[in-house]
Write a new protein. Structure first.
Length: 151
């Protein structure tokens, strides 16, 4: 997504017209239009004012991938009860087909024994409940994956 599209989406999300934004920033409506059409870009001072007006940081405002923010917002809004209704393996299998096929190839019990040991260790050493231990182990795995991927 271009910067202009991102500025447009942020403005629309706040329910503001170009005229209203222009008035707050002390610029013309055409200036706002040019920013949103990627004809020009706001200077750093205007970007800071836009970020404040839209309730976001400058980094969030100029971040090109608004989809990440939408996903984060959705995760924050979903309740535990709703989350339990979702077959996450099926959902993620659409993007990563291996998730729907590995069960026929991998000796799951072999890995499950070690994972259960690690979960129990986290519970015993740190007093985590079942869910917290699982989340910590998942986060550790994600961190290991990120550092391994960089090599």
């Amino acid at each position: 997504m271009s910067l202009g599209n991102h500025l447009f989406a942020a403005r629309k999300k706040k329910g503001l017209a170009q005229e209203a934004v222009a008035e707050v920033l002390g610029v013309s409506r055409q200036t706002i239009s040019k920013w949103e059409l990627d004809e020009t870009i706001p200077d750093i001072y205007q970007a800071k004012k836009l970020a404040n007006l839209y309730g976001m940081s400058v980094d969030e405002l100029i971040e090109i991938d608004i989809g990440v923010k939408e996903i984060q917002d959705m995760v924050e809004k979903i309740s535990e009860k709703e989350s339990e209704k979702i077959d996450w393996t099926k959902v993620w299998s659409k993007k990563y087909p291996i998730l729907s096929t590995y069960q026929n190839e991998v000796d799951i019990s072999l890995y499950a024994v070690e994972l259960i040991r690690l979960l129990g260790d986290l519970q015993k050493k740190y007093g985590y409940n079942d869910v917290d231990a699982l989340l910590v182990l998942k986060d550790i795995l994600a961190r290991v994956w990120k550092s391994w991927k960089k090599k």
